[in-house]
Every structure is written in C-alpha cells, then in structure tokens.
Write a protein that binds this ligand. Structure first.
Ligand SMILES: *[C@@H]1O[C@H](CO)[C@@H](O)[C@H](O)[C@H]1NC(C)=O
Ligand SMILES: *[C@@H]1O[C@H](CO)[C@@H](O)[C@H](O)[C@H]1NC(C)=O
Ligand SMILES: *[C@@H]1O[C@H](CO)[C@@H](O)[C@H](O)[C@H]1NC(C)=O
Ligand SMILES: *[C@@H]1O[C@H](CO)[C@@H](O)[C@H](O)[C@H]1NC(C)=O
Ligand SMILES: *[C@@H]1O[C@H](CO)[C@@H](O)[C@H](O)[C@H]1NC(C)=O
Ligand SMILES: *[C@@H]1O[C@H](CO)[C@@H](O)[C@H](O)[C@H]1NC(C)=O
Ligand SMILES: *[C@@H]1O[C@H](CO)[C@@H](O)[C@H](O)[C@H]1NC(C)=O
Ligand SMILES: *[C@@H]1O[C@H](CO)[C@@H](O)[C@H](O)[C@H]1NC(C)=O
Length: 587
C-alpha cells in the first residue's frame, strides 16, 4: 500500500534527528484568513484549519511534534511555540532571528521534541503584528504516565484564551504603532475568540456570540488560562468560584486559592476549579483590564458564562467586582505569592526543587532598562539598554551556520550606557553552562512582560523603585517559580536567574506587541565550545533568505490549494491514529 510505505519512509527520515523510541505526532495546519465578527463587526481573523482560536497541540513529555504549516495568508508567516524550550534546536523556534519567514503560498514543516517539559503554553504567529488578528492556540504537554501529577486527575481540561481586541486590522494597528499613534482603548476583550456576554445592555450590543463553558456540579476542572492579547494586563475571575493555582508555564506551584489572578500579556496559568455552588444561576467568567481608567475602558471587558448542567437560569446583575482594582502593589504581592512546589516532580521523577538554583554562583549580570517609545533617526522605536533591535534579512542562526560576517554583533551592553539610543543588531553573549542574572528595570509607564525562548528562568525578586546591589538581599533563593514570562511593573524591577544549558540563539522579547514591534527584543547566543552531537543540525528543509536566498530551490516548497486538502488532513488523522495504535502494540 502506498500510504503505509510513505508512512514508514517519513518515520525513518525523522529517526536520525530525534530520539528513537519517543513517539511522533503529525499535524497538518493551513493558516488562512477567515471572516468572524467577535464584537459584532465583520473582520478578517487568522484561523488555523478554519478555526479561531487554532487547534490545541496536546502532547506528552518527550514526544516529537511534526507540524506542516501551510501559509495561505497574503504575507510571510512564522509560528512560535511560546514556552516550548526546543532544546538545542533554535532552528524550530519560529522567530525572525532563527528562521526565514514562510512566504505566502508556501509551506514549512516544523519538527521538534517537547523534551523534559510539562505544562501549559501557547503558539502564535510571530511576525508583523499578526497575533493582533489571532492565529493562536494552546499547547498542553502532559506528564509521562510514570510521573505522578501533584493533584488528582481533574474531571475535565478547559483552555481559555484572553485577548484584548481591536476591530482594526493587524495591518492598521501596525501602521499606527509605526506612526507613534497610541493603540488606544481596545474595542473589547475576547474569551476564546468570542465577544462578551450581554451583561449590560448599554456596554454590550445585541447579537454578540459569547463563550459558554458547560460543567457538571461537584466536578473539578483544570482551567488553562492564557493572555494572548496585544498589550493589556487582564484580571481573570469566575463569579463565586475559587481558583486553585497549580501550574504556571511548566512548573507546578504551591497550591493556593485565589479569588482572581492578574494575567499579563504572554502569561499562562493552570487553576483547578471545583463546581461547588448551588447553580441558582449561571456564573460570570470575567477578564477585566487592569491599571487603566476603568470607566473609559469598561467596554473592554471579557465576559463568558459558566453553565452548570443543573443551572436554574442565566447570569444577571453586575459583574463580580474587584476590591483592589488597578492597585499595582496588590498585584505585585500576588505575583510574589506564587511559589514553586519544590517537592513535586514534573518532567523528571526527581522533585523540581532538587535543582537548588539559590546555591549556584552567578557568572553574568545584565541590568536591562526598557524605555517608552522615542524617535530614533525620525522613526518611533523602543529600546532595551538604549538599543532598538533591527532584524537582519538573513536570520542570525543562518548567519552563524554559514559564518557570514557583519550580520550581527555580540556586544549587547550589560547596563544602560550613557549614549544616545540607536538601532542595531546586537546580541547577548551567554556563557554555555553559565548562570545568568537579569534584572529588568521598567522605565515605561505601563506594565511590560518579558519572555525568554529556550528556557525557564527563576523569578527571584520584584519591587518598586530602582534596583541596586542591595536589592539582592531580598531575593527568594529557595522557591521562586521557574517560568518563561515575567511581568515588570512600571517604575519597578524584576530579577530572574537562568541556567544557560541550552545552546542556540534565543529570543528575549517584550510580549506586549507594540513594545516588541518597535524594537524591544534581543537575542541571547549560547554556544557550546565543544562539538555537541546532541545539538540539532541545520534542518534539511530550511528556507533560505537574505544573503542566502540563492540557496533556496525555486518554488519547491509551494503547495497547491485544492479540493483534496480535506482528504489530505483526514489522511493525517488516520496516520496519527495508526501510529498510536502501532505504539500501543509495541509497549
Ligand atoms: C490530551 O490527550 C490525552 C491522551 O494523550 C487525553 O487523555 C486528554 O483528554 C487530552 N486533553 C485534551 C484537553 O484534549
Ligand atoms: C510541504 O508539504 C509537503 C507535503 O504536503 C512536504 O512533503 C514538504 O516537505 C513540505 N515542505 C517543507 C519545506 O516542509
Ligand atoms: C507539592 O507537591 C507534593 C508532591 O506531589 C504534593 O503532595 C503537595 O500537595 C504539594 N504541595 C502543595 C502545597 O501544593
Ligand atoms: C445559592 O447560593 C447563593 C449564594 O452563593 C445564595 O444567595 C442563594 O440563596 C442560594 N440558593 C439556594 C436555593 O440555596
Ligand atoms: C476616566 O475616564 C472617564 C470617562 O472617559 C473620565 O470622565 C475620567 O476623567 C477619567 N479619569 C481619569 C483619572 O483619567
Ligand atoms: C563570549 O563569551 C565567551 C566566554 O563565555 C568568550 O570566550 C567569547 O570570546 C565571547 N564572545 C564574544 C564575541 O565576546
Ligand atoms: C525613568 O528614568 C528616569 C531617569 O532616567 C527617572 O527620572 C524616571 O522616574 C523613570 N521613570 C520610571 C517610570 O521608572
Ligand atoms: C562533530 O562531531 C560529529 C560526530 O559526532 C562529526 O561528524 C563532525 O564532523 C564534528 N564536527 C566538527 C566541526 O568537529
């Protein structure tokens, strides 16, 4: 049979680059514009296989993930896997510094292993402000069966995406940001791609579809909540229900109840929620903007419905209020209260806390100051330590591989220099197996979140004011949580520690799209001086661009849209199913 021989050939060619024995899963995703009206206004959103949000990548520690991405947009595309570490394989990271963009009408197959990770993450399109149009979806990495999860198996698993949303297209928003025009108040906040429930006749127009989460009384569900928005910090809460925090971005936390949680752009949390109410009505699920003028931002509130199967009627009345709204001190204390469960195992059987990060000597210190947008050479730019990142047309990884000089410099300053801001391609030199301390000092007037690809870092300190060497005496050296995205409050600092054991070229960025797009990012280069056979080589299907364009075989990756595309995706489903069945037979 041709299909099974194709199947085995495909399997074989992956074996030499990944770890034999770990399962493979295959996905075939077509990225297209679809028409949707989440806020009652028709607009083009980015869907995957016709869905917005996209499918959930539901995998288990150490699985090999193969995603064939077909770009049917009218512009180049890259998907990035926010929080997935892609160990020793920045070739699959899907940001402008690591990959040539997939041109419109082309496809590209990502292939990576979710090595030594568990937890809740998401993916999104990383170029050209596209996340403002959607294109995002969830990533779940389950524990291997041999490693116990530090709580009982929930009765259900529910993913929630929160995003501030504009009815303007991502292209218009991008143009505004380039022109120094403030994004202004969002037109709404979406929950799983839906607009708000009509909790208020004045604020919410008629005819908006909203998200309903159906639950059974007495059961406990795991809610994986992601802020995939553009730039708004959102407070998440469920009327009358406690949120038992259990996990954030791949770390099991000390389990604590919260009435609500501030979730900043790019952050992910898992909560256990028990349906312990009497269902006299449905309940509101709310995502309200924080640290803004609440009266002028009132229409930008996300509202979904929690519906018990025995509910007596619709939710009504005012939304559950916040006693400490817009209070950055309260929000910072909440962030500081999130701790690592040092005795729980995660991706490996040994407890998380057996990595005693507080006892490791720091080898490199970077004090990174961000500034609000400023004009540099007549253009609106944002900076980190006075440098606004300029993406080269040849990705950094390819420039390094082909030893092309002059594309980038490895001279990112370890503090703000006393010199005018500039636009440059300047990298951080990370010492392989070193231990880096990074302090983010937010000189802007809004909350910023920073994310590092390839790593989880320990959040050891956070405070208002200006960081000094004395601030180190306040560091949490025992159970600071390891994650990949941290908030930095305005006029405040956040300190992180990171063990540089993952070689590659890794993106450190503002998750706030406007700050990122104008230049708030830098890459961290970590080179293993020895020839490491576990480092992934240049992928055979690499796309070439910039100075290496001539290496690209013309049109060879172009795909055709045709009526057979559905048959094709069904074929993939059959493929995955037969492969899983095969695995079942072998184990
Ligand atoms: C993920 O897949 C596992 C099987 O590997 C299944 O038990 C679980 O229900 C799935 N979770 C979701 C959210 O689909
Ligand atoms: C594009 O997709 C086809 C299958 O549809 C696959 O054979 C090919 O390898 C993909 N191209 C790249 C560059 O991944
Ligand atoms: C931490 O993890 C352990 C081990 O799985 C678990 O028994 C314990 O309940 C957790 N502790 C807290 C406070 O969450
Ligand atoms: C249900 O609970 C609410 C408060 O949680 C209470 O006000 C109400 O009286 C209860 N209704 C019934 C029928 O017990
Ligand atoms: C908040 O917005 C409302 C309505 O636009 C306005 O009347 C009020 O002055 C604003 N308050 C502040 C503190 O800016
Ligand atoms: C980067 O740091 C390593 C030591 O960790 C050093 O050997 C190397 O010369 C540095 N590279 C640059 C360009 O500074
Ligand atoms: C930014 O830095 C300047 C000094 O360089 C300081 O006066 C100002 O208060 C800072 N602003 C914030 C929000 O940190
Ligand atoms: C690195 O080691 C591999 C074998 O593990 C070998 O094939 C390759 O030539 C080596 N490369 C260099 C630059 O030494």
């Amino acid at each position: 049979m041709p299909s099974s021989s194709w199947f085995f050939t495909t399997l074989l060619c992956f074996f030499d680059v990944a770890f034999a024995g770990d399962p493979f899963v295959f996905f075939d995703w077509t990225v297209t514009y679809i028409t949707a009206s989440p806020l009652g206004v028709k607009q083009k959103v980015i869907g995957i296989n016709g869905n917005f949000p996209g499918p959930i990548l539901n995998v288990t520690t150490n699985w090999n993930v193969v995603v064939n991405v077909k770009n049917n947009l009218d512009e180049p595309l890259l998907l990035t896997w926010n929080g997935v570490q892609n160990r020793k394989n920045s070739w699959q990271d899907g940001v402008s510094g690591t990959n040539c963009p997939i041109p419109a009408g082309w496809n590209w197959t990502y292939e990576f292993q979710v090595k030594d990770q568990i937890g809740s993450f998401f993916y999104f399109p990383s170029l050209n402000f596209q996340r403002a149009a959607g294109g995002y979806g969830g990533i779940i990495i389950n524990n291997r069966e041999v490693i116990p999860v530090p709580f009982g198996l929930p009765d259900g698993d529910i993913t929630i995406f929160l995003s501030d949303w504009y009815t303007k297209s991502h292209k218009e928003l991008k143009k505004n940001v380039e022109d120094g025009i403030d994004l202004g108040t969002p037109d709404g906040v979406l929950i799983n791609g839906f607009g708000p429930y009509r909790y208020d006749d004045v604020l919410v127009p008629e005819g908006i579809s909203y998200q309903i989460i159906n639950v059974e009384p007495g059961k406990t569900y795991r809610f994986r909540v992601h802020n995939v928005g553009i730039s708004t910090s959102l407070n998440f809460r469920i009327q009358n229900h406690n949120l038992l925090l259990v996990e954030t971005e791949g770390s099991y936390t000390v389990q604590q109840n919260y009435a609500n949680m501030d979730i900043h752009v790019g952050q992910s949390y898992s909560f256990l929620v028990t349906m312990d109410q009497n269902a006299s009505t449905d309940y509101y699920i709310v995502a309200s903007p924080q640290f803004v003028n609440s009266s002028s931002w009132a229409r930008a509130t996300g509202v979904a419905i929690l519906h018990y199967s025995n509910s007596q009627g619709p939710a009504s009345g005012p939304l559950p209020s916040l006693s400490d709204e817009n209070n950055a001190y309260v929000s910072m204390n909440q962030a500081r209260s999130i701790r690592w469960n040092v005795t729980a195992g995660a991706a490996r059987p040994n407890p998380q806390g057996s990595f005693k990060y507080g006892q490791i000597t720091v080898t490199d210190v970077y004090l990174i100051v961000n500034r609000p947008p400023e004009l540099i050479n007549g253009k609106w730019r944002t900076t980190l330590n006075g440098i606004s990142y300029l993406p080269p047309s040849t990705p950094l990884t390819l420039a390094q591989q082909f030893k092309i000089p002059g594309i980038y410099k490895i001279d990112f300053p370890n503090k703000l220099m006393n010199r005018p801001s500039k636009v440059d391609t300047s990298l951080i030199n990370g010492t392989y197996r070193g231990f880096m301390e990074i302090i983010f000092q937010n000189n802007d007037t809004t909350v910023q979140t920073y994310h590092l690809d390839g790593y989880a870092f320990f959040i050891v300190g956070m405070d208002f004011g200006v960081w000094t060497e004395d601030s180190r005496s306040t560091y949490n050296k025992w159970d600071g949580v390891a994650r990949s995205t941290t908030q930095v409050f305005p006029g405040a600092w956040t300190a992180i520690l990171v063990s540089l054991d993952n070689s590659g070229i890794w993106n450190l960025r503002a998750e706030n799209l406007n700050s990122w797009y104008l230049g708030q990012e830098v890459y961290l280069q970590v080179v293993n001086p020895e020839n490491d056979s576990t480092e992934s080589p240049l992928p055979e299907n690499a796309i070439y661009c910039g100075l290496l364009s001539s290496l690209q075989k013309d049109q060879s990756h172009k795909f055709q849209f045709s009526a057979t595309s559905n048959i094709h995706s069904n074929f993939f489903v059959i493929l995955v199913m037969s492969f899983l069945a095969l695995l079942g037979n072998f184990s």
